[in-house]
Structure formats: structure tokens, C-alpha cells
Design a protein around this ligand. Structure first.
Ligand code: TXA
Ligand code: MG
Length: 584
């Protein structure tokens, strides 16, 4: 067909080739990852029905596959045996068939990982639940980004079922390892477990070909061998390296139960494999051993102290491991500046949370610079403008309510700690007073003194705050006319303490208002706090807490920074979730 090219032909129906725009070059995967799956029927499959899965370090992939085959055979056999038997009750039959159905659904879940035409599958690990897809299939990986709403530049961790599996992925063998030397003793010690190592992307023709969207913009891939036997079993049976971020919607707290996953991804994925509550509760520690000294790019389930102590014992380079996540990157961000506003009782740093730029980029409210000679800042020239772990620049773990974090050194008295909370409460309530009365100083009326609608506050305590941080008593001091609507009570065994206050309806003819206080104890040691933190933040969402007061844990007798060593991982998560940090 002839296309006329002269300018006078305006108005004629023809198309001329327009210059190619950069967006035209977008890969189909990038396009796919913008299309969330919808209308999936999300099912939770209970993995506790599986036979005992061995956990030992040396369990081979082949053993896991054999266990699965035997399990399927047994289910098929018991069902056909049952179908032929005449004396079983209808109810037994239903149960057997349910068992068969469960095994077939598990098979479908695994098949959807291997065929790569279905949404990703959520599965348990010992840290948090992951959202898995075949790391060699770009379209499947795009499905992860779509389901989570994850920014496309944030690389994924690839999960393997054994060290032999990692070797296979990298093109190595038992006698000729392709795993960088710096990691070999390390993984021998800490795998399976909450540790992710960065390894150069295998060259073309070596090992397996990873989908480029697993490691966008990175020359390395993060690998992890999880400790959860369910995770290893699943990966071995799928016989694929499985890329998996945490199975939450981007920005939300990571899920530590199957129900948390359902809260975020219901209708977007088909299968959630339920292995019970995650034992560790925070994500893996991401380390870069290709850097000298090695860096921790994300603190996690394996502590820096454990890494260093083991490195000292072995006399290897891991004794020098440094924090690498606190880099000031110099990236220009569309955010309000970090400001320090001095409050009478406390110094408050406001975290700049801003969703309006659409990228959910996070700015740390306080930027710390280690002062030893191997300071992280000295290494700064070594890094590009992007953070070494791109995920660390994104807003994370945030509950829907405003979270206020209170950090105090351990030498601080209980009175000073709780006073900071009461001052904050007073400040927040003050800010809720009706605008005109504040502006024009009209006579004091009751409604000036009280919240203007129902108010729910979550209080997450750790090592030293009393239950509810003593807020119920403080409330009586602030508003003596109010009465207790209920005595403190625990909602369930270890669940939140609930205390409700109300203003009587007949006071000055105003309608009754109420305040609900929910206290959630996180535990007193770093392991318990790690295990409970994300679930507690989700509970605050479920209770519609408008404000959430959180006690940052501290121990020891020195300065806050030293105090915090043991609590480094949970503090990093708390700081990221916080809207505001108050240094007491
Ligand atoms: O415990 C865990 O690590 C969980 C479970 C499911 O295994 N996974 C997890 O993945 O937390 P995700 O995607 O939520 O966090 C991965 C973090 C991000 O901060 C990402 O930027 C960083 O690891 N990361 C992954 N690959 C990287 C790479 N090649 N270079 C630098 N950082 C990387
Ligand atoms: Mg995550």
C-alpha cells in the first residue's frame, strides 16, 4: 500500500511511523507486571496434612521428591480403596475425598509454579511468608510484581532447596564449586537459615538462565536456602529456583501467618500454602560478601553479632562485617526534608512519609553515621547513587494508622519514658481540637477538651513500658469527667489488653464519645519482639487504630546506639514503619 508522505495530505487517513519512544522498548514482562490478577479464588492449603518432612541440612532434593510421590500415591490409593469398600460411612468417604482433594490442590499449586501460566504461590518460610514464582520465567516473575504492587526496580531473592541446587543454578558441581569462596564456610554454618547472599549473575551458558526481572539493574542475585522444611520441600518438588519476596502488598508489614497473606492478596493469587506461624518473624539478613569488608545490606533474622562472633572464631573476613544499610546515598528524593521539631519534653524527628510521589520512597527519619575507622560513609565513594539493597529505599511495614516510635536509652527512668508518651498524647489531642476555637481563643467548652469522635489507640510495649504505657491513668488526669467503660481485660490468652473509656452522655448534653486503648505486649527479648512485631502492626490495622504508640526496646547501660545492638533488626523495622520518632 502506498502511503503519501507530503504535508498537504493532512486529514487523509494514513499513519506515518513515529519515532520510537523509550517506553516502546518496555518488555512484555514490564507491561505484564502492571496488570494485577483479579478474581482469583484464593485457597489456603494446610501443609500440616503432609507426612513428616525431614529438616536436616543434608536432606537431598531427591528425598523430598520421593516423599511427595509417596504422599500422592498414598492419597490415590486410600481413595480408590475406599471407593471400593462398602462398609464405610458417608462421612468417612467425604473425609477421604477431602484428603485426596487437598493433595490434588497441592499438586496444582506446584504445577502452577512449574508451568508458569498461573499467578505466584504463597508459601511459608521460617522468616516470613514468601510469594513464589519460577525464577527462570520472566512472565511468572512479572506476576509477583503485579500481585504485590511492587516497584519494578526492587530485585527478588531466589530460594533454593539445597546447596547442591544452588551449585546447579550457578553451573558448578560438588568438585568444582561456582559459589564464591567468601560464602562457602558461611553457608556451611548458617544455611539453611535466615541469610541471603549476593552472588554474581551467572554468565550466559553457565548454570540456569535467570529471568532479567528477578535482578533488575543488578549484577548480582540474592540466594537463600530457607530453614522451613515446607519451603525446601516445595522448591525441591517444583525443581526450580523460586524467586520470592515477602507475600504482603507492597508497603505493608510482612506476613507471618497464612491469614496475613490472605488479608493482602485475596483474589490476586490462587494458593496460599499454610505451614503455621513463622518462627523468626522478620526477614532474612542480606549480606554482600563481594565487598571488602562484607556488608549487611538488610539486617534480619541472623544478627550482626552472630556473624562477627563466628567470623572471629574462624579467623575469616566475616569478623569485619559492617552495616551497609545506613548509607546516605545522595539520591534526590521528592520528599519533605527531615526536620527536628523540639517539643518541651522531647526531641522529635519527623519521618518524611509521602505517598504522593507514587513511588512510596522512604526517607529515614534519623540518619546515623558509624564513627569507627571503617565507617560506612568512607565506603560511600564506592557505591553508585542507588542503595545497595534497592528495597531499603522503599516505605515498608507501615500500618494504616499513624505510628509513633519512642526511643529511650536504657538508663532513662520509666517516668521519663512514659512522660514522653503522655506529652505526645496531649500534643495529638490538642491538634484535634476544633479549628475555630483554637484560632480565636473562644471560651473553653467541653468539646474543646475531648476528642471529637471515637478514638482507638494501639500501644505496643516491649522491655520497660507498663501495660498500656499507663495511658488509662493518664487519661483520667487529662479528663477527670470521664469514666471507665470497662476494666482492662485481655481479649484472648496473650492477645491485646483492652481498656475503654467513655464520656457520659449527659455531660453538657453532648453525645457520648469513647476511647479504646489496646495494649499489645511484644515481648522482652529480641527474638520474641521479632516474632510478634508484624502481627501486632496488623492487629492494630484490624482494630482500626488511629494512633499507634510503640516502645523501641533498649538494653545495657551505655548510649542508645550501643544499647540497640541486640535489637538492631527490630529497630530497623520499627523505624521504617514509624510516621514519627521521638528520642527521649
Ligand atoms: O526472609 C526473606 O528474605 C523473605 C522470605 C520470603 O525469604 N524475603 C524477602 O524478600 O524479604 P523481599 O523481596 O521482601 O526483600 C528482599 C530484599 C530487598 O530489600 C531487595 O532490595 C534486596 O533484598 N535484594 C534482593 N536482591 C538483591 C540484589 N541482587 N542486590 C541488592 N539487594 C538485593
Ligand atoms: Mg518485603
Amino acid at each position: 500500500m502506498h502511503i503519501r508522505d507530503d504535508k498537504s495530505s493532512k486529514g487523509l487517513h494514513h499513519r506515518t511511523a513515529r519515532p520510537r519512544q523509550p517506553t516502546d522498548l518496555a518488555t512484555p514482562e514490564a507491561e505484564l507486571s502492571k496488570l494485577p490478577y483479579t478474581n482469583c479464588r484464593t485457597r489456603i492449603l494446610n501443609l500440616k496434612h503432609l507426612p513428616d518432612i525431614p529438616t536436616g541440612k543434608d536432606v537431598s532434593d531427591e528425598q523430598y521428591r520421593e516423599i511427595f510421590q509417596r504422599y500422592l500415591d498414598a492419597k490415590r490409593h486410600s481413595s480408590s480403596f475406599h471407593a471400593n469398600a462398602s462398609d464405610n460411612s458417608v462421612r468417612d468417604e467425604a473425609n477421604k475425598n477431602a484428603g485426596l482433594e487437598e493433595s490434588q490442590l497441592l499438586r496444582s499449586a506446584i504445577q502452577s509454579l512449574t508451568t508458569g501460566i498461573a499467578p505466584p504461590v504463597a508459601f511459608p518460610t521460617e522468616t516470613v511468608y514468601g510469594l513464589g514464582a519460577d525464577a527462570t520465567n520472566g512472565a511468572s516473575i512479572a506476576g509477583i510484581f503485579a500481585a504485590k504492587g511492587r516497584p519494578g526496580d526492587n530485585p527478588l531473592i531466589v530460594h533454593v532447596s539445597s546447596v547442591a541446587h544452588l551449585e546447579k543454578c550457578l553451573g558448578g558441581t560438588e568438585t568444582d564449586s561456582a559459589i564464591p569462596k567468601v560464602y562457602r564456610e558461611l553457608i556451611d554454618q548458617f544455611w539453611p537459615g535466615p541469610l541471603t547472599i549476593l552472588v554474581p549473575v551467572p554468565e550466559d551458558g553457565k548454570g540456569v538462565k535467570f529471568a532479567p526481572n528477578v535482578h533488575p539493574g543488578q549484577k548480582t542475585i540474592g540466594f537463600r536456602l530457607p530453614k522451613s522444611p515446607y519451603a525446601r520441600f516445595l522448591i525441591a518438588v517444583a525443581d526450580r529456583p523460586i524467586a520470592a519476596p515477602s507475600a504482603n502488598s507492597s508497603g505493608k508489614p510482612s506476613p507471618t501467618t497464612a491469614l496475613h497473606v490472605k488479608e493482602d492478596l485475596d483474589g490476586k493469587i490462587n494458593f496460599i500454602l499454610d505451614g503455621g506461624e513463622c518462627k523468626v518473624g522478620v526477614e532474612s539478613t542480606v549480606v554482600d560478601g563481594l565487598h571488602d569488608p562484607p556488608l549487611i545490606l538488610r539486617p534480619g533474622g541472623l544478627s550482626k553479632r552472630d556473624l562477627r562472633e563466628w567470623g572471629i572464631k574462624q579467623g575469616n573476613i566475616w569478623q569485619h562485617v559492617q552495616n551497609g544499610w545506613e548509607y546516605k546515598t545522595g539520591v534526590k528524593r521528592k520528599r519533605e526534608a527531615v526536620t527536628d521539631t523540639v517539643h518541651p519534653a522531647t526531641k522529635t524527628s519527623k519521618a518524611a512519609h509521602n505517598d504522593s510521589d507514587g513511588a512510596n520512597v522512604y526517607d529515614s527519619p534519623t540518619i546515623q553515621t558509624p564513627n569507627n575507622e571503617h565507617s560506612d560513609l568512607e565506603l560511600e565513594s564506592d557505591i553508585s547513587a542507588a542503595p545497595r539493597a534497592p528495597g531499603m529505599k522503599y516505605k515498608h511495614y507501615a500500618p494504616s494508622g499513624r505510628m509513633f516510635l519512642f526511643e529511650a536509652p536504657s538508663r532513662c527512668s520509666i517516668e521519663a519514658r512514659t512522660k514522653a508518651v503522655y506529652d505526645k498524647l496531649g500534643e495529638l489531642l490538642n491538634a484535634r481540637k476544633p479549628e475555630p476555637n483554637r484560632a480565636h481563643g473562644s471560651p473553653k467548652k467541653l468539646e474543646d477538651e475531648v476528642p471529637t469522635h471515637h478514638l482507638t489507640i494501639g500501644i505496643l510495649t516491649s522491655v520497660s513500658w507498663p501495660e498500656l504505657a499507663g495511658l488509662q491513668e493518664e487519661w483520667h488526669q487529662l479528663y477527670p469527667a470521664w469514666s471507665d467503660a470497662s476494666a482492662p481485660r485481655h481479649l484472648s490468652g496473650h492477645g491485646p489488653a483492652h481498656y475503654s473509656l467513655s464520656k457520659p452522655a449527659d455531660v453538657e448534653g453532648l453525645p457520648a464519645k469513647d476511647v479504646q486503648l489496646y495494649g499489645i505486649p511484644l515481648g522482652k527479648d529480641s527474638e520474641s519482639i521479632a516474632q510478634n512485631l508484624f502481627a501486632a502492626l496488623r492487629t492494630c490495622d484490624a482494630l482500626s487504630c488511629e494512633w499507634i504508640f510503640v516502645e523501641a526496646p533498649s538494653s545495657g547501660d551505655a548510649s542508645t546506639e550501643q544499647d540497640n545492638e541486640e535489637f538492631e533488626t527490630v529497630l530497623e523495622r520499627m523505624r521504617k514503619a514509624a510516621s514519627e520518632i521521638t528520642k527521649v
